[in-house]
Design a protein around this ligand. Structure first.
Ligand SMILES: Cc1cc2nc3c(=O)[nH]c(=O)nc-3n(C[C@H](O)[C@H](O)[C@H](O)COP(=O)(O)O)c2cc1C
Length: 316
């Protein structure tokens, strides 16, 4: 019997579950592009979002890099914000009590420059009521180990994951860096270290030079590339990782509308995050939710999870 989709509610069609967390729809906003959520409450109805990821939180507040920190590029932007944030404690005391009033899942994005810092931040956040999960940003250098970027080394990424899993009171989503030769190896390493889910991708390292002054446009010289320009790389990485892991994947990278979101779901993501698009259209996430619902109804898809990893490969 074919379901009569017209009688199904939005949440019946769009609801998804990741690592035991129920999301009313698969649309989340990405870390660093949505502040601590509250700034956007005047622009959109936060209650409609599946969830949102906080700006990356460290145990202590951080000032970030000197300006200029953002450069526009074709189809995207480079940022070198340098993980400026208010610190985990201020997030728990100042932001969470207000955020809890909204009916959406709150994901705390966490980073550290050493294993101890990750653990310290998680222990502070464990005290906060209303956080659904942690998302670990592993695209940062480990200062105690000669500055190697944790997310570039399967063994370093696995060590951070298992150490955090030991203390975390909530599910742990590990956010993978695309700046690696084979992202599948990273995904498999953190999966066996106990990650509950993966999110990918973070930004791609790039730079931009002013041809008249011959100076880098960013004070930091390099920055992270994001926006529509990175989408094909992100879809490829989600597809590759979905072929090898069993844990759920949240797709990120250049999503600017519902059609982009559908593409990520078909490639293997269970949910998606919208990042850079929030800058030029703060209503992008809401339009994406509406578009997904419309698409499901028109395509006779009674539950959006039917789309996940539904890519049709040509038989060899
Ligand atoms: C200005 C800016 C700040 C960001 N800050 C963080 C962060 O603190 N932690 C993190 O894990 N990702 C951070 N990201 C990466 C995004 O969450 C996202 O993974 C990336 O931008 C790709 O998605 P997009 O193309 O939709 O922006 C940041 C991105 C931008 C543009």
């Amino acid at each position: 019997m074919v379901d009569n989709l017209s009688t199904k509610s939005e949440s019946e069609i769009l609801a998804i579950e990741i690592a035991g967390i129920k999301f009313k729809n698969p649309v989340l906003t990405a870390s660093g592009t949505f502040g601590y959520g509250l700034d956007f409450a005047e622009l959109i109805d936060l209650n409609r979002l599946g969830g949102f990821c906080s700006k990356g939180l460290s145990p202590k507040p951080m000032k970030g890099n000197p300006p200029p920190r953002i450069v526009e590029t074709h189809g995207g932007m480079l940022n070198a914000i340098g993980l400026q944030n208010i610190g985990a404690k201020a997030f728990v005391t100042d932001k969470l009590p207000l955020l809890r009033n909204y009916n959406t899942q709150i994901i705390a994005n966490v980073f550290g420059y050493s294993l101890d810092e990750y653990i310290e931040a998680i222990e502070i956040l464990n005290q906060g009521e209303g956080i659904a999960a942690y998302e670990l940003n592993i695209s940062c250098p480990n200062v105690k180990e000669g500055g190697i970027v944790i997310g570039n080394s399967p063994s370093a990424a696995a060590s951070v994951t298992s150490a955090v899993k030991r203390v975390a009171k909530r599910p742990v989503i590990v956010k993978l860096s695309p700046n690696v030769t084979d992202i599948k190896q990273l995904a498999l390493a953190v999966e066996s270290a106990g990650a509950d889910a993966l999110s990918l991708i973070n930004t791609l390292v790039g730079t931009s030079i002013d041809i008249y002054s011959r100076r880098p446009r960013l004070a930091n010289i390099t920055g992270g590339l994001s926006g529509p320009a990175v989408k094909p790389i992100a879809v490829r990485m989600v597809y590759e990782v979905a072929q090898v892991v069993k844990i759920p994947i949240i797709g990120i990278g250049g999503i600017a509308n519902w059609m982009d979101a559908v593409e990520f779901l078909i490639a293997g993501a269970c949910a998606i995050q919208i990042g850079t698009a929030n800058y030029y259209d703060p209503t992008c996430s809401i339009k994406t939710i509406d578009g997904l619902l419309e698409y499901c109804k028109k395509q006779n898809i009674s539950q959006i999870s039917e789309l996940v990893k539904s890519i049709k490969l040509i038989a060899k």
